[in-house]
Design a protein around this ligand. Structure first.
Ligand code: ARG
Length: 576
């Protein structure tokens, strides 16, 4: 059995072989899960286009393909439907053998694609301020992608491209000196948001302070050691704030993953010189600018991509060009993902286009902007506090745990407090993450506590609860035979088996589209199939081989749920 392929890849390759055998090697197979049970389990939809191109009757071509289609031992029935769809019904024995190969295995026998080196730029907050809700999406989408890609055998190199450079750091270090002697100094740094606001106020009210802040910028950029020490201290404190958030979220970013904007400073003059030498950058109104034909403004003229300002300063764009070079040349990326707000879309399209033109990334390297929409409040506007301030991420997560604690205490008042706290942590943080990850990342979404914490519907609490129910089965059995044969007799057993077999394809979709919501949709579907199975097919009350086989299905479901939620960075519990 080709266990190096996922189910979908296996079917796809067989259909393509058959198409090739009838002289349509160029035609796509287009195998998709069947939309309705009467269409079988999968449908191959590529024949119609192939027939059209050949001016053939599609049903006739479909018949030729079916005659050549070798799905012996895989499908129990092939049927031509409608204008030339091929309906494929899988053989339960085949599904059982796939599951038998997976049960009890740590990796659930998920096949590994050819391994790549994947750089993932995620979280990447600006350190001048504290992390706010705007950083949640990048941090958890990036973390889920990193986990899934590693699980599939890729080498993932996380890059936390922090904003640690720029003029604000003059103001912040100057203020650091000012509050230093002051008893409120350390306290001021406990709250970076307030620290920033106070520093800003000093800028506005005191010209002497503003002057000093400007001098600090110049000194910092000139490499003055004393200011450098202050700057590093500030960054260190700000990083500690981020790390507290990462710990709460269970996100594994460490200092080793940090490569901030400042790390590219020395490379910037070389980038601009190189772009000039290649005739890509030109002088325009004293600045250095690249005009890319691919991007036109309203008047139909090429848009300016500025790489050096009039005053000689460099920009976000210049730093990102240096980062592309670093990721390709030093990190040897085959694929580079940028998990950044969709509103930066144009910047990344320009960056990628220019990087190719300048030869910083060959066509062999895939550069992808993994954009995402805005998190909105109930009022349909970007999520804010009641008073209109940005919501600090740390406070949002605290509230999630508090709300979950209230819910759990309500459901299970008799559990010891410590255990309720543990459950609340997994449920609260899991709910916030899942509500985000389960949406197509490109769209905006409304943040709603009640929906995300509901125990019904496509939510983390529902899936976590489903997991505890499956895990609960094993508390009631003394022995589970890991070698027991899996037999799929009932429709609900087969449906569950099919869902279990599709795990690898769900992960392949996540990887291909850099879209974690495919895994969420999969897990929700799996939980639904399990519940149907559990109602239709008694497990504990059955006997002998039937019982042993059903326990195998339960075990594999539990393992797949735990693994899948783990890949989303969501914890499961044995009881809740
Ligand atoms: N610090 C930036 C921001 O908060 C995000 C950086 C994303 N990564 C990058 N290579 N540009 O908007």
């Amino acid at each position: 059995m080709s266990s190096d392929l996922t189910l979908l890849q296996l079917l796809d390759s067989r259909v393509r072989d058959a198409l090739a055998a009838v002289g349509a090697a160029d035609a796509p197979a287009i195998v998709v899960p069947a939309a309705r049970p009467e269409f079988g389990d999968y449908q191959a939809n590529g024949v119609m286009a192939a027939a059209k191109a050949r001016k053939m009757n599609p049903r006739e071509l479909a018949q030729q393909v079916v005659d050549k289609l070798d799905l012996a031992g895989i499908a129990s029935k092939l049927e031509i439907a409608g204008p030339g769809f091929i309906n494929i019904t899988l053989d339960p024995t085949f599904l059982a053998s796939r599951l038998q190969a997976a049960v009890g295995r740590e990796d659930l026998a998920v096949p590994h694609p050819p391994a790549q080196r994947v750089v993932i730029d995620y979280s990447s907050p600006n350190l001048a301020k504290e992390m706010h809700v705007g950083h949640l999406r990048s941090t958890i989408i990036g973390d889920a992608l990193a986990r899934v890609l590693r699980y599939l055998g890729h080498t993932v190199i996380a890059q936390n491209h922090i904003g640690d450079w720029g003029t604000q750091f003059g103001m912040l270090t100057a203020f650091l000196v000012e509050v230093e002697g002051d008893a409120s100094g350390e306290m001021a740094l406990n709250d970076l948001e307030t620290f920033y606001r106070r520093a800003k106020a000093r800028m506005d009210e005191d010209p002497a302070f503003a002057d000093m802040a400007r001098q600090y910028v110049v000194k910092l950029q000139g490499g003055d050691p004393a200011i450098n020490v202050l700057w590093r201290r500030f960054l260190d404190i700000s990083m500690q704030h981020c790390e507290a958030v990462y710990a709460t979220l269970g996100v594994g970013l460490t200092r080793a993953d940090v490569r901030g904007e400042s790390a590219y400073n020395e490379a910037l003059p070389g980038i601009v010189a190189d772009l000039k030498a290649k005739g890509l950058a030109v002088e325009s109104e004293g600045a250095r600018v690249v005009f890319l034909e691919e991007f036109k403004n309203k008047d139909g003229e090429p848009q300016a991509y500025i790489v050096q300002k009039q005053d000689g300063g460099y920009l976000y764009a210049t730093t990102d060009l240096a980062a592309v070079r670093y990721r390709v040349d030093e990190l040897k990326a085959d694929r580079a993902l940028y998990v950044v707000d969709a509103r930066q879309g144009l910047h990344f399209q320009q960056l990628f286009t220019l990087s190719r033109k300048a030869g910083y990334a060959s066509d062999k390297v895939s550069l992808e902007h993994v954009g995402f929409g805005v998190m909105m409040g109930e009022d349909g506007k970007p999520f804010k506090t009641r008073s209109g301030d940005t919501v600090k991420l740390a406070e949002l997560l605290e509230e999630a745990e508090e709300r979950a604690f209230a819910l759990v205490s309500d459901k299970n008042p008799d559990l010891p407090e410590l255990q309720r706290r543990e459950i609340a942590q997994a449920v609260g943080i899991g709910a916030v993450k899942y509500a985000d990850l389960s949406k197509n990342r490109n769209s905006d979404y409304v943040f709603n506590w009640d929906t995300m914490l509901a125990f019904e519907g496509n939510t983390a609490p529902y899936l976590q609860y489903a997991y505890t129910r499956i895990a609960g089965v094993f508390r009631k059995v003394d022995a589970w035979d890991a070698g027991a044969p899996i037999v799929l007799a009932e429709p609900a057993e087969k449906a569950l088996a099919l869902a279990l077999t599709q795990f690898a394809d769900a992960l392949a979709s996540v990887s291909r589209e850099a879209a974690p919501h495919w895994l969420c949709a999969y897990l929700y579907g799996l939980a639904t199939q399990f519940m149907r199975f559990y109602e239709a097919c008694p497990v504990l009350k059955s006997e002998g081989e039937v019982r042993a086989s059903r326990l195998q299905l339960c075990r594999l479901t539990a393992d797949t749920m735990r693994t899948g939620l783990g890949l989303l960075g969501i914890q499961v519990l044995d009881a809740m």
